[in-house]
Design a protein around this ligand. Sequence first.
Ligand SMILES: [Zn+2]
Length: 402
Amino acid sequence: MWAELLPIGRRSAAGGYRRFAWTGADADCRAWFEQQARSRGLAHEVDRNGNQWAWLGDPAAGNAVVTGSHLDSVPDGGAFDGPLGVVSAFAALDELRHRGARFTRPVGIVNFGDEEGARFGLACVGSRLTAGQLTAEQAHRLTDGDGVTLPRAMAAAGYDPEAIGADPERLDRIGAFVELHVEQGRALDLTGDPVGIASAIWPHGRWRFDFRGEANHAGTTRLADRHDPMLPYAETVLAARREAERAGAVATFGKVAVEPNGVNAVPSLVRGWLDSRAVDQRRLDAVVTGVERAARARAEAHGVALDVARESFTPVVEFDHALRDELARILGKDRDTPLRVPVLGTGAGHDAGILSARVPTAMLFVRNPTGVSHSPAESATEDDCVAGVLALADVLEGLACT
Ligand SMILES: [Zn+2]
């Protein structure tokens, strides 16, 4: 499976992937998924939001067990984020058939569309639409960097954008969703375990800081006469680091826009985006409040105006405790060497986080020795990938077989 999937959307120079929603690379990934489904005799379907499903048994029977992830990527992303969950799903099914498992519940494998949001700027579009967390009207207004709207992109790829919207009947048929994903940090590397179980997705959000000063000549304007918004911005970046360290959280200014953006001009505007995530709401609030307080004080000191706007926010997602405990029980029992499975929180969003509002949901993480993610350096060893497949097979067997 990897041999067929690895060349799709790969950029030769850096080795990173560009598999954006509704592009040619996305179509190739979808063709691969359909071929994997059909070669196993699974029923293949695409839902109204462009998510792909492969079914063993009749989903209309209800109480289905679904696994899978996504095949799209961030710009110059790695090979494992998303595809590991889909490849492992098919491999786990093969393993169960090899074991002669008898299924008592329908089993589905899913490829959620546009998880990374690399093209239209919003993550988890396919699962958000299905769960009713994004309306068709909102989705129709999404536009990519070239001015192409989501409906136009979907139509160009051969899908009907008028059909998109909430799909409660589909979700009502799912009794459990388990997403396997490469870990996007080093927690498993530090504990020395190949596989972990997710406890929660940290609350996270994005805040835009607009520092407005006065454009002027970089050579002739005395320092004392300047209203340079770059200075309070720089101090705010440092404050974000300090506040995050104090709260045991993370905070990042990863994107900045400067006007007029000239080498020889004092800027008139510096607009920076803060991304912050923490284990709980209290700590996240403490970080953002602290950063904003520092930004206001420094802006005032430099005679610069400041506006802060929250652009997006996702509250904490606690995965279903009963399902999580069931996974831990299944993975801990009668193996030759019982698997030790740490329970970990994560700062990254996932389709599983979206679905958890409607369906009992759990996640399995596979160790990433570098901890690097959203980069070609993201990795997992073959042994750990196999451990992930076997863990997922055990989980599916425990949930869906006699
Ligand atoms: Zn992912």
